[in-house]
Design a protein around this ligand. Structure first.
Ligand code: PLP
Length: 455
């Protein structure tokens, strides 16, 4: 009988976050100012949308950053999270591969996202803020932030992408239960929203638009700042508690991964697991370690986009970032994995991808649900549609091991549960779930709108 689960105690909670920038030989280029397109070398002057402590973390080159006691204290509500050996799934797939997964669905909102929400709320409270404005796709980020703002006695305003607002009412209800104020985006509460609605009143919305609305709300309300759930350096860093714990748990299991896999919207949960291991590849200890980011074919920034400077948001309010992008104007098909509909990707991941240190792959939603079904029937957990993309990559790698007879060790991040996403599973069961053909003309059009950065 294999051991099924590896559990750490509260005292084993990591006390430091890991900053991959300290170990990257070629770091990503500096951000550019959204208006002037000039390099922003230091904490950006205009307008400081994040709490100052987070801006400092964004630009930090320190390898290890202390996790404040108050943050550790809240994380201990559900952390350290368990690491599972998917032995029953291995058997069902008849693969010689050993499959391990880190289970982030144990947080109260049910995903990895509170790992950063809690940290951001701590710094906001320290700075004396009244509240946070934010965007949410599928609703996981919004619910994580509503949960965390409540614990730190802050207010929360959430702009929720219209398609998800209607597809996932239960997420909205959870957010409201934690005291958040939720509106569908684009909304009429901001100029950014009103401008989009004037052109296309039927739009299903996008994360880019919702980000613009939240940013505008934050800068036009005193005592409010903006909170972001992915993409930026400090969020990826806050998520490294996942990988730090997993390192200890893999040691308990007596294995080291050959392949680490995570699904990627902005890249935070995957990097949270991957970066603490990738450190071994960057310093030459584990040159053969493979790290794989899995995205949706509906929004294929890493596999079909280009590596270029682009605005992080549709209204061009945030910094211009060198990243793999399908263009800030691109509106992806309304796939159920709302959290994978962001047009760009975290800048460190993109740099590592350019340098061939990590890899990327994209899948269609029906094949992704086939794999999630196979996983649920063997292991029981019904994963989020985003997470299911990682499951599909693990599935393919496990079957490749079956072909080749290799017994590889696969580690992946089970980023969240799909209990609020049963509508998507229902559509799958009824065979109503469809794959969308990628509108390459729309991507080309969006890529023509990239900022013209002088060489
Ligand atoms: C938001 C979300 C994602 C995608 O975001 P990343 O920043 O790429 O991690 C993946 N899985 C779940 C469960 C999510 O809630």
């Amino acid at each position: 009988m294999p051991q099924y689960k590896y559990v750490l105690e509260e005292k084993d909670l990591p006390t430091q976050w890991y900053n991959v920038l300290a170990d990257m030989k070629t770091p990503p280029p500096h951000y550019l100012h959204p208006g002037t397109l000039e390099e922003m070398l230091d904490p950006p002057i205009p307008p400081p949308v994040f709490p100052m402590a987070l801006i400092e973390q964004e630009f930090s080159q320190e390898r290890w950053i202390e996790i404040p006691d108050e943050v550790q204290d809240v994380l201990k509500m559900w952390r350290p999270s368990p690491l599972y050996r998917a032995a029953r799934w291995e058997k069902a797939l008849d693969t010689p591969a050993k499959i391990y997964y880190k289970w982030e669905g144990v947080s109260p909102p049910g995903s990895h996202k509170p790992n950063t929400a809690v940290a951001q709320c701590y710094y906001a409270k320290e700075e004396g803020l009244e509240g946070f404005a934010t965007e949410t796709g599928a609703g996981q980020w919004g619910s994580a932030l509503c949960f965390a703002t409540r614990l730190f006695d802050l207010k929360c305003k959430v702009f929720m992408v219209t398609i998800s607002y209607h597809q996932k009412p239960y997420r909205r209800i959870a957010m409201e239960t934690w005291g958040g104020n939720v509106v569908p985006s684009p909304s009429s509460e901001t100029k950014a929203g009103r401008d989009i609605l004037a052109v296309d009143p039927e739009t299903t919305g996008s994360l880019g638009i919702a980000i613009s609305e939240a940013l505008e709300y934050a800068v036009t309300h005193d005592g409010w700042k903006y909170s972001i759930g992915s993409v930026v350096n400090f969020v990826l860093m806050h998520q490294t508690v996942i990988g730090m714990e997993a390192r200890k748990q893999m040691e308990m299991a007596g294995d080291y991964p050959d392949i680490i896999i995570g699904c990627a919207g902005g890249g935070s949960n995957a990097s949270g697991l991957i970066y603490p291991f990738l450190k071994d590849k960057l310093d030459g200890t584990k040159p053969d370690l493979r790290a794989m980011y899995v995205e949706s074919t509906a929004c294929p920034s890493m596999t079909k986009g280009i590596y270029a400077y682009d605005w992080g948001d549709t209204a061009k309010t945030g910094p211009v970032v060198m990243m793999h992008t399908v263009g800030h104007d691109f509106i992806p098909a309304p796939v159920h994995a709302g959290g994978l509909r962001y047009h760009g990707m975290a800048s460190t991941i993109c740099r590592l991808l350019e340098d061939g240190i990590v890899e990327a792959r994209a899948y269609h939603q029906v094949e992704v649900f086939d794999a999630a079904m196979s996983f649920a029937q063997a292991e029981g957990f019904i994963v989020a549609p985003e997470t299911a993309h990682a499951v599909k990559a693990v599935y393919d790698e496990a079957l490749a091991c079956k072909e080749s007879g290799e017994s590889k060790v696969i580690l992946w991040n089970n980023s969240g549960h799909g209990v609020f996403d049963l509508g998507a599973y229902d559509a799958y069961h009824r065979k109503e779930l469809t794959d969308y053909k990628l509108d390459t003309a729309a991507i080309e059009k969006a890529l023509a709108e990239l900022p013209k950065v002088p060489a």
